[in-house]
Design a binder for this molecule. Structure first.
Ligand SMILES: [Zn+2]
Ligand SMILES: [Zn+2]
Length: 406
């Protein structure tokens, strides 16, 4: 694929010492560079191969050029965290900053997306589903780098009685997106053995979701639980016309083989996400909330949903303790506060028992935009990627990126 592509910069890692190798043709300052190299910080600059500079660029000669980084940590702080060597196409940029050497990959958007699709999803997933994912990931990316997806940012409203907070993708200072789940999972060409991911990118080249002449902020989550959610339940109070709440008739599936085909291995350990249940004694929950918030509520005696989004996700929850009570929100803050990791979602009913609480929940994730499980089922049933996209992003249009003035 040698069609012209817009370029983006992806932050891969930061380290004091970077070991890498260059294959298939690279140059630095007009001189050929090849094979194994080590870069270290020296006098506040990058020192590598006899050169020293605050910013060093290794330019790829062509589409067969790639570089391999040694010992990249992936899945930071998740149970699947591990180190592996990773290879990337495109240019390699080393930047000297006070945190160390920042390793940046400058690459064409479509090549980047091919890697993202095969890092996020299983290679066995239905092609139409992967095509839908390609359009969504491309839209999300363009919304980030052109600014339409940055509006929400972070928010926090804090008083003694209330804490309403939400987090969105922060801007990165030295590059457009990072390589981890914070932005989109990007593990280079290591995983691109899948012809399907490439086919999905080729078939949707340059296509994005747009609404009213602007690229859509195309959110997605694992499983809505039967009804999708609106933007303001999770992030700032400004709903997007293409992110509506509706009954999703596809994601309730008994067919375990669909999930096996779609989800990466580590996600398959989670089986009961459509309807789930979490039980706590009063003592357990009181301890968890104290650890998670740093606040002593005393014994937590009640959990009262104050406001819910249309999918049933709780937006504001009152935690009533023997020493202190407080309203918390939004969706993610509730999930984080009531669990040692995160509750699957904030769409739960509270049952009080003599011993404590039972939370009866629905869905996995924020539920806004595309429901990955529902979309995978649609792909499996023979719907096209356009059907899938227009089912989850109502009233949006699928257009070519270059038809918008972005
Ligand atoms: Zn990021
Ligand atoms: Zn769903």
């Amino acid at each position: 694929m040698d069609k012209p592509q817009r370029h983006i910069s992806v932050g891969i890692l930061t380290a004091d010492k970077v070991e890498f190798s260059l294959e298939g043709g690279y140059s630095c300052d007009g001189e050929a560079a090849q094979g194994g190299m080590t870069a270290v910080m020296e006098d506040g600059q990058v020192a590598c191969g006899g050169r020293k500079a605050p910013r060093m660029v290794f330019e790829a000669a062509g589409k067969d050029s790639f570089f391999t980084l040694k010992d990249v940590t992936i899945g930071v702080d998740f149970h699947w965290q591990r180190r592996e060597n990773q290879s990337f196409k495109g240019n390699l940029i080393l930047l000297a900053e006070k945190e160390g050497i920042i390793v940046i990959n400058d690459i064409g958007i479509e090549d980047y997306l091919t890697c993202v699709i095969s890092s996020e999803m299983s290679a066995e997933a239905p092609l139409e589903f992967l095509k839908a994912h390609a359009v969504i990931s491309r839209s999300w990316l363009l919304a980030q780098i052109t600014g339409t997806g940055k509006a929400s940012g972070e928010g926090k409203i804090e008083t003694p009685k209330e804490l309403i907070t939400w987090q969105d993708h922060d801007d990165h200072e030295f590059f457009d997106v990072c390589a981890d789940d914070h932005c989109q999972r990007y593990q280079g060409i290591t995983k691109v053995s899948t012809a399907t991911a490439r086919e999905a990118i080729e078939a949707t080249w340059g296509e994005i979701l747009a609404y009213d002449g602007q690229v859509c902020d195309a959110r997605f989550s694992k499983c809505c639980g039967g009804k999708t959610e609106i933007f303001s339940t999770c992030w700032e109070d400004e709903d997007k016309p293409y992110l509506k709440s509706f009954r999703d008739k596809f994601c309730e599936t008994e067919d375990a083989s669909i999930l096996t085909n779609v989800l990466p291995n580590f996600d398959q350990e989670t089986k009961d996400f459509y309807r789930w249940k979490v039980e706590y004694t009063f003592a357990e929950l009181s301890k968890i909330v104290r650890e998670r918030t740093g606040l002593n509520y005393g014994k937590i005696v009640d959990l009262r949903p104050i406001e819910r989004g249309p999918s049933g996700r709780i937006k504001k929850l009152k935690i009533v303790g023997s020493r202190k009570s407080r309203i918390i929100g939004k969706e993610l803050e509730i999930r984080r506060t009531l669990s040692r990791s995160h509750l699957y979602s904030s769409a739960f009913e509270v049952e009080k028992t003599p011993e404590g609480f039972i939370l009866h929940g629905k869905g996995w994730g924020h539920g806004v935009g595309m429901c990955q499980i529902g979309a995978a089922v649609m792909g499996h049933l023979g719907y096209t990627y356009k059907d899938i996209l227009l089912y989850y992003y109502r009233d949006a249009e699928i257009v070519k990126e270059d038809s918008l003035s972005i």
